[in-house]
Design a protein around this ligand. Structure first.
Ligand code: KIV
Length: 266
């Protein structure tokens, strides 16, 4: 299978074929997601919560993102890999933003970057796109704005807020974003934005009418316990399986059952 490109994303929208996307943060899960035929892997700054055990994504650094993105691009044979720009890697200004975005392509092998925001970061989306760094914009619930939003809440519920999100989506497209991620917004609003834009939309908690869907891998495979968002679906409980395996190992060592002769050298 050839590597998925930005052009494939756009073609899929035109053909009405759904785009699939999951996060991954390391080599083994990067391989699994890639081998399963997922179109796109996002190395999300959600790693701050699901890998580093932080309260929110704000402390995640550029160097940490570059490190994790490298692990994933090493694993991915076919999927398009997107590096997620962490808090304060693009907020301070255009030049800073372009330099940091460029690091994902130059040092980590990503094909594109994602940043949170629409209108307020339009100048950065434009500058990156003009520097040949493809950008996915992210509107709705933007976790880096947790303090302004007062928590992780569904966005776009009033008429005014919905109108603002529609505007933001168009501004992101006009600035050159190749795709738009929409998080935690009402499904009919997401459907309307999807219809109005010519670039593909990817939803997380945005209902079924988006051009594609993304979830955090650790929610899908059941290894993040702190909370499960309403919009996530757990397809397997790997935490339970891992806990069972580790407990059995402990018990067998304590009882002198492991290692057996089969696991030993003569
Ligand atoms: O960081 C992340 O994992 C995200 C999700 C919305 C997919 O941005």
């Amino acid at each position: 299978m050839p590597r998925i490109t930005i052009q494939d994303f756009i073609r899929k929208k035109k053909d009405g074929r759904k785009i699939t996307m999951l996060t991954a943060y390391d080599y083994p899960f990067g391989q699994i997601v890639d081998e399963a035929g997922i179109d796109c892997i996002l190395v999300g700054d959600s790693l701050g919560m699901v890998v580093q055990g932080l309260e929110n994504t704000l402390p995640v650094t550029m160097d940490e993102m570059i490190y994790h993105t490298r692990l994933v691009t090493r694993a991915a044979r076919n999927a398009l890999v997107i590096g997620d720009m962490p808090f304060m890697s693009y907020q301070a200004g255009v030049e800073d933003a372009v330099r940091n975005a460029g690091r994902f392509l130059k040092e980590a092998g990503a094909a594109a970057v994602k940043l949170e925001g629409g209108a307020e970061v339009a100048d950065r989306i434009r500058a990156m796109s003009r520097s040949d760094i493809p950008v996915m914009a992210h509107i709705g619930l933007t976790p880096q704005s947790i303090h302004r939003m007062g928590g992780y809440k569904v966005q776009g519920k009033t008429e005014d807020a919905a109108r603002r999100l529609i505007e933001e989506a168009h501004i992101a497209e006009d600035a050159g974003a190749f795709s738009l991620l929409m998080e935690a917004i009402p499904m009919d609003l997401a459907g309307r934005i999807t219809e109005e834009l010519s670039i593909p939309t990817i939803g997380i908690g945005a209902g079924p009418y988006c051009d594609g869907q993304v979830l955090v891998l650790h929610d899908v495979v059941g290894i993040f316990e702190r909370f499960i968002p309403k919009f996530a679906k757990r397809y397997v409980n790997l935490r339970e399986a891992a806990l069972k395996a580790v407990s059995e190992f402990r018990e067998e060592v304590e009882r002198g059952v492991f290692p057996s002769e089969d696991n030993s050298f003569k």
